[in-house]
Design a protein around this ligand. Structure first.
Ligand code: PEP
Length: 253
């Protein structure tokens, strides 16, 4: 089966509005005519609404980097799924390792966010991945299985069709240290098998699993050639339009 590649940029807490605008105008020129894959930009909150307007009618879609699970209420500093949908955002990253490790988000909170995002029609990108300590003590498979079963708890089969999973080993994010091809393929295979156990074979087969962790123009082609890799979630190397465009056009590197 052919899964449509998805190349997603996570800008983290970078870029002002004017920097976002110049990026978008340069980037659109660099990826024009590329319609056989999905291209996604996840800017910070202050850029979201303007980016949605700038990308309206193009083949590049906008995602948020986080969301809360309630629609409204006394939750100072949070943004609700209703608010994202209201401004035209279609996808959201949930459970990024920086949310888990810096902001102490646990699997239960992540699960609530997943359910809420889906019920509001947002496509959630669930991020999972082991720490260096967990990898070195041979616990990677166990950690991925736990993060999947807890993060996706209570999702119906039809919900499972709406999600994307990103495998991001914590030790490879922003460190310049990429996992080896064997480590990436093995982790993605484990994820697909686990989804098959939780849902159905065809759902697991259709699930897009992205790799994230120091993806760059020089390594993306090899990573994308792995059987169970369907795309990339890119931090640092997505901050320059030329670099992210090269990642989007991965076969040409
Ligand atoms: C990320 O932010 O999801 C990420 C993978 O970052 P980097 O590409 O910088 O490692």
């Amino acid at each position: 089966m052919m899964r449509r590649p998805l190349l997603a940029a996570n800008w983290k807490m970078y870029k002002t509005l004017s920097e976002m605008e110049s990026y978008v105008s340069a980037f659109l020129g660099l990826v024009s005519g590329i319609t056989d894959r999905d291209i996604m930009l996840a800017p910070n909150y202050t850029c979201l609404g303007d980016m949605v307007s700038l990308l309206d009618g193009t083949h590049v879609v906008v995602a948020a980097q986080n969301v809360f699970y309630e629609e409204e209420g006394a939750f100072t500093g949070e943004i609700s799924p209703l608010m994202l949908v209201d401004i035209g955002v279609g996808s959201v990253i949930i459970g990024h390792s920086e949310r888990r490790h810096i902001f102490h988000e646990d699997d239960e909170l992540i699960n609530r966010k997943m359910k809420s995002a889906i019920s509001h029609g947002l496509c959630p990108i669930l991020c999972i991945g082991e720490t260096l300590e967990e990898r070195e003590s041979g616990e990677t498979t166990k950690v991925l299985a736990r993060q999947l079963s807890r993060g996706l708890k209570g999702l119906r089969e039809r919900d499972m069709k709406e999600i994307v999973v990103a495998y991001e080993p914590v030790w490879a994010i922003g460190t310049g240290r990429t996992a080896t091809m064997d480590q990436i393929q093995e982790a993605h295979r484990v994820i697909r098998e686990r989804i098959q156990d939780m849902a159905r074979e065809d759902i697991a087969e259709n699930l897009r699993i992205l790799y994230g962790g120091s993806v760059k123009p020089v390594n993306v082609k090899e990573i994308m050639s792995l059987e169970d890799v369907d795309g990339a979630l890119v931090g640092g190397a997505s901050l320059e339009p030329e670099s992210f465009a090269q990642i989007v056009r991965f076969e040409e590197n």
